[in-house]
Write a protein of this length. Structure first.
Length: 131
């Protein structure tokens, strides 16, 4: 279940932007959104989405960036800090699963914006590998 962390609990880095955090821990989805402070209808300036082994970062001034997530597995048993590895493209299947998940939450304008941008620029723009 996707829940939004109370905004007063999310560290705000800039006084003119609203930073939001949504997550679905069982499905391994985390979403950060930076937007103008007019609530969910405010203009989106940046988002970061982490879904299982992929991460997508978008900013209005530069566009999309992709990364794969190394979850920090260690053969000695202790987890290490997850690392992001920059990629030029991502595989189609996890991106499609992420878009399907975002479709389930299309009533939220910010999540609909994220889904539409990913579909337009990644799935239809073919910025992925076909595996």
């Amino acid at each position: 279940m996707l829940i939004e962390v109370k905004r007063e609990l999310v560290k705000q880095d800039h006084r003119f932007l609203q930073k939001r955090f949504l997550q679905d821990a069982p499905k391994r989805i985390a979403i950060y959104i930076w937007q103008l402070p007019e609530d969910d209808e405010g203009e989106m300036l940046r988002f970061q989405v982490a879904y299982k082994e992929i991460a997508i970062d978008w900013a209005a001034e530069r566009g999309l960036r992709f990364a794969t997530v190394d979850d920090g597995d260690n053969p000695m048993g202790m987890k290490r800090t997850p690392l992001l590895h920059a990629e030029n493209s991502l595989q189609l299947k996890p991106i499609q699963r992420l878009c399907d998940y975002l479709d389930e939450h299309a009533e939220k304008p910010s999540l609909r914006f994220i889904r539409d941008l990913i579909v337009r620029d990644v799935l239809h723009g073919r910025r992925n590998s076909e595996n």
